[in-house]
Ligand binder design. Structure first.
Ligand code: FES
Length: 175
């Protein structure tokens, strides 16, 4: 006659429950790590694409005339995806809207009178200069020229700015 041996299930149920919980926890943590890795890779690839674009052909955007801009203002130029800063001394800068920390798009805050990145809180002055980390580098610029009061910006090229921000601005008025 065969003996039927029963497993003691009452004691193993909590252990199995805990094991299942930890398995799920590891799965969630693993998924989060994969997502973060994917996002980081995407950021690196995107910044690489930007560098490649800098070597490519010129893309000239006509951004109106110098009379269209008041002193000490920042204007978004949507068709070129950049900002035109008209500085105190009447000079102009075409600033990239891409944060130099991890590449988020940085809006101009009119009230605060500075660019504030929504991702990690870096802020930049009207010249693109870093005011608040984690970004350590000024906003990049696009080459800008003025012919017969008309402003032309080359969005096909990106320049890394000097820390003071004014070194690449184009002056059109006498101080
Ligand atoms: S991407 Fe702008 S502060 Fe991090």
């Amino acid at each position: 006659m065969d003996k039927i041996i029963q497993e003691p299930q009452a004691e193993s149920a909590p252990i199995n429950g805990r094991r299942r919980f930890f398995n799920k926890l590891w799965a969630v943590l693993g998924s989060l790590a994969c997502l973060e890795l994917g996002w980081l890779s995407f950021s690196i690839l995107r910044s690489g694409k930007g560098k490649k674009n800098a070597d490519n052909e010129d893309v000239i955007i006509q951004a109106g005339t110098i009379e269209d801009y008041a002193i000490d203002t920042v204007t978004a130029i949507p068709q070129g995806q950049f900002y035109l800063s008209c500085l105190e001394d009447g000079s102009f800068l075409a600033l990239s809207r891409t944060c130099t920390h991890l590449g988020c798009s940085v809006p101009w805050d009119v009230e605060a009178s500075k660019f504030i990145c929504p991702c990690h809180g870096s802020s930049f002055a009207i010249t693109g200069e870093v005011l608040t980390p984690p970004a350590t580098r000024s906003l990049n610029t696009h080459p800008l020229r003025i012919e017969n009061v008309v402003i032309y910006v080359n969005t096909g090229k990106i320049e890394k700015q000097m820390q003071d921000g004014k070194s690449r601005s184009v002056k059109v008025y006498s101080p």
